[in-house]
Design a protein. Structure first.
Length: 346
């Protein structure tokens, strides 16, 4: 099982880069750089590529709407080039709050767009002339939609790899099915190992049945919060604000992927209450309404022996990469925590 970590933004970026170099020496396999609506992930990944030599660098995630498919392919090939073949492309649809609210771009057809982007990326990396006439992307632009001067082109450079791994962040049944069919990796959110098969098993099986042999097994990510401590009760509260934000504040009633997910885990009443409180502006109460049981289920928080048991549960549920968020107060504590976790996972 690979051990990874989401980049921490505390402190200046040079200090963060120094920390990543220490994590590399501690045996951490992967660093994922989030993007959301913060600084772009690409500039940071390029900087980290220059400061490291063995650790895998991943985008976690690039949303699919604001970069053209070929720019996404070029960017991934460029990061793979400057890192000597250590980049993994993480993509996802994000949500209308970010895509329409921050970028001003229409949020539509995430499944179709994702499939076409994956096809175009792989075509580009193989240095084929990029010709794609899909439902959402037309390359070259058809006559009548532009100047008429566009012509099929191929990437000038020879990529380090013609198959850069693509991980797709997905939650809904159709999206997860497509991910299992076409992607190298799958990144769900708030992974509950005891309920994963019930929630996603049919979709994963349906997608896997259509998966081509050349893709190999699906790399299944989970991204729990991590704290190895004899006093877990003091730490559980640190996870609740994020859960409350996603379950309560990401979307409207009836249009919140994360609320639906938590409800499917058996927390339907709790998810509804968290959302009601959050949308009413009572955020502190929404945070307090997040059950300890839910936090424990989707996190790795407790004594070393307990965390080892939970790692075994994630592994038994099919997880192959644990990209954690370490709950630590400073860089030294994070490095020590991740080093101990690496030894614990084996």
């Amino acid at each position: 099982m690979r051990v990874g970590m989401f980049l921490n933004y505390a402190g200046g970026f040079r200090e963060v880069a120094d920390e990543v170099a220490e994590l590399e020496r501690a045996g951490v396999d992967l660093i994922a750089v989030p993007e959301a609506y913060s600084f772009d992930a690409i500039s940071q990944l390029g900087f980290l590529a220059a400061r490291t030599s063995t650790i895998t660098l991943a985008s976690g995630i690039l949303q699919i709407y604001t970069r053209t498919p070929t720019l996404t392919a070029m960017t991934a090939a460029g990061l793979d080039y400057v890192s000597d073949g250590r980049f993994e492309l993480g993509i996802g649809a994000s949500g209308p709050q970010v895509i329409e609210g921050f970028h001003g771009v229409r949020y539509d057809a995430p499944l179709a767009r994702t499939r076409e982007i994956v096809e175009i990326c792989r075509m580009t990396w193989r240095r084929e002339r990029v010709v794609h006439q899909g439902a959402k992307y037309h390359i070259p632009l058809p006559e009548g939609e532009g100047t008429g001067l566009g012509k099929p082109l191929k990437l000038i450079n020879h990529p380090v790899r013609e198959r850069i791994p693509i991980t797709i962040a997905s939650l809904g049944p159709k999206s997860v099915e497509q991910t299992a069919e076409i992607a190298d990796g799958w990144l769900p959110m708030f992974f509950h190992p005891e309920r994963a098969a019930e929630v996603w098993g049919d979709a994963l099986a349906a997608g896997t049945a259509k998966r081509t042999a050349d893709l190999g097994p699906l790399d299944v990510f989970a991204s729990p919060a991590l704290a190895i401590t004899d006093h877990p009760e003091a730490v559980l509260s640190l996870v609740k604000p994020q859960l409350a934000l996603y379950v309560g504040g990401m979307g409207a009633r009836g249009k919140n992927f994360y609320n639906d997910l938590i409800a499917s885990y058996g927390f339907e009443a709790e998810a509804a209450r968290i959302q009601d409180l959050y949308l009413e502006g009572r955020k502190d109460e929404a945070i307090a309404a997040v059950p300890d049981e839910l936090v424990r289920a989707v996190s790795l928080i407790g004594p070393g022996s307990y965390v080892a048991e939970r790692v075994a549960a994630f592994r038994a549920a099919g997880v192959t990469t644990l990209t954690v968020t370490p709950l630590a107060r400073n860089s030294a504590e994070r490095i020590a925590l991740m080093s101990g976790f690496r030894a614990l996972v084996g």
